[in-house]
Design a protein around this ligand. Sequence first.
Ligand code: F6P
Length: 321
Amino acid sequence: MKRIGVLTSGGDAPGMNTAVRAVVRTALHHGLETYGVHEGYAGLLAGKCYELKARDVGDILHRGGTFLQTARCAEMHTDAGLRIAVERISESRLDGVVVIGGDGSLAGAYALHSLGVPTVGIPASIDNDIWGTNMSIGVDTALNTIMETVDKLRDTASSHQRAFLIETMGRNCGYLALMAGVVCGAEFSLIPEVDVTLEEVADAVAAAYARGKSHSMILVAEGASLDIREVARYLDERELGYESRITILGHVQRGGTPTAFDRLLATRLGVAAVDALVAGDTGIMTALTGREISRVPLEQTVAQHRAANLMFHDMTKMLAR
Ligand code: F6P
C-alpha cells in the first residue's frame, strides 16, 4: 500500500476535519501518501482528488464543517455510478479509501469494498443512527448545541409561563431529542421510536402546570409521528395554562467547533482507520465499543440501524416532577 484517499460524505458533522487530520498524519507516519477527495462521492466521480500533506491539515482540528466539503450523491446508489467510482480510484492510483460519513456514505463504502476496493469507514453523523458504534462523530457537539439553546429557551419560557416545543434533527432516529430531554429536564421527548397521542403529551403538560412549574419543555424529533405544529395547536386548544411556542433548531445543530469528546473520538477513529487499512483489514468501520475502538464489518453496519435506548424516555418522564 502506497497511496490512500479520504473523503467526507453526506451531512457534515463537527469533528470531520479532526478525523481527516488524523487520517492524513497517521498515513504519513506509515509512509503513505494521502489524497483528499473533494465534495464526497460526487467529487470522486468527477475526479476531484488532490494530495494532502501534513501542513494541508494544519489548523483544522477545531473547525466545524468539513474543509474537504461534502455532498449527497444519488449516482453512488447506481451500478453505473459505482463503476465510475472504481475507475476514478484506479486512475488516481489509490490503494485504499477512507470514507467518513453517515449510514448512506457507509453503504457506499461497503459497495466499493464489495467491488474490490480496500475501504474503511468512519461513522460521522449528528443523528447517531449508525449501527455498531456507541457514538458517531458530531453527536456530542450537536447535543451540546441543543442543550445550550434549550437552556436559553427555558429562561424565556419561565418568564412567560410558556410551553416550548423544540424540534431537533435526527431524520428517523430520536437519539438527539431523547438525550436532550434528559440533559435539559424536559417534560417529554417525542421520538419516532415511541408512538404517543396528543392527549398523552397534553396530560404531561397539564400535570406540569398543576405542579406549579413555570415552564414546560418538550423535545420533538423531526421524525416523530406527531407534527410539532399539530401538537402546539392541540395544547393551545386545551388551554392548559401555558401558551405554546415552537422553535425549530435546524442546521445550527450541524455547525460549531467540535467538543473535546468529538475531537478525541474523531482522532481515535481516524488513526484506527489507517491502521486497519495498513493491516489489510478492510470492509470494516472503526467504532466506539464501550471505551475502546473496535473494527465492525461494514456488511453488518449497513444492514441495521442503531436502536434507541428507551430507558431514557421513561427516565425523562419519571424525573419531570
Ligand atoms: O443526517 C444529518 C441530517 O442533519 C439529519 O438530521 C437531517 O434530517 C438531514 O441531515 C438534513 O439534510 P440536509 O442538510 O441535506 O437538508
